[in-house]
Unconditional design. Sequence first.
Length: 66
Amino acid sequence: MGRVLVVEEEESIRNFISLVLIKMGCEVTVAGNGDEGLSLFRKGSFDLVLTDLTRLNPYEREDIDP
């Protein structure tokens, strides 16, 4: 179906989301925090990114350019 990057600090939530996506036929890459997720995002090519960016301040969000 596509390549999905899941960025989630909570391991149980990260695992659940990944399992559902894999069963749907997606190729899933996971990251346990925003820094790791951003690094993977910059290195890879993803069709979808699932993340919770509430911990980043507004200035850090402006630095993220897809």
